[in-house]
Design a protein around this ligand. Sequence first.
Ligand SMILES: Nc1ncnc2c1ncn2[C@@H]1O[C@H](COP(=O)(O)OP(=O)(O)OP(=O)(O)O)[C@@H](O)[C@H]1O
Length: 242
Amino acid sequence: MPLIAIEDVKKRYGDNEVLKGIRLSVEAGEVIAIIGKSGSGKSTLLRCINGLETIDEGSISVAGAYLGQSELELKTLRLKVGMIFQQFNLFPHLSVGRNVMISPMIVKGMPEAEARELAKKNLERVGLGMKFDAFPEQLSGGQQQRVAIARALSMQPQALLCDEITSALDPELVNEVLAVVRSLADDGMTLLMVTHEMRFAREVCDRVVFMHQGKVHEIGPPEELFTNPKTPELQQFIGMTH
Ligand SMILES: Nc1ncnc2c1ncn2[C@@H]1O[C@H](COP(=O)(O)OP(=O)(O)OP(=O)(O)O)[C@@H](O)[C@H]1O
């Protein structure tokens, strides 16, 4: 059974059908890049998987739990799936360590000492063990995004959804964040990434999903999609990104 099963998902905003029947199965440990033009529905798909948006038709399940409409089901789902955004959204008035500790304490009722140990471990995992007591404004954008990754990891998710997590960074800071994502992939984390980093998609991802007008237009291993795109839409998209 796949870790994430997306079946015939449709999503509308008013008359605008943004997702037009998405089917996608993600196995545990898979790393998937989602690419496509602006407006093709990439972010909406991630937000639906995390339960930030409701779906109009179809079903989404994560580790056997279905994304239903009830608050309890939503909460269960959100505990299984972490999400990282383009903006880091750290609490400016809390130390880095507290930023990472706060969700497990509040959402899971984890005792403070345990949350502190977990935060230390996850900050070390993203190379920021020494920044535990620093404040977000004292960090570079790349470091802040790595804190956001540590914060997502502190919820011990079964999958991480990354929505253009390097797009707000200066070019010289992109690689340090991608290196952390690469190490998570090496450790077996299931990752779904909306990304414009085609080289990263090629090197790190097991499969690439090309979305076009609310549908999965092409899907396959990166070497296949990038070297031998089947549709004119993907050929054009690849041409644009080179
Ligand atoms: N909250 C919303 N209300 C109304 N329409 C929305 C909303 N969110 C997204 N849309 C519309 O849904 C479509 C898909 O948007 P989405 O952000 O998923 O695309 P995307 O492929 O992620 O694009 P980008 O690469 O620009 O982020 C767009 O036409 C957008 O205007």
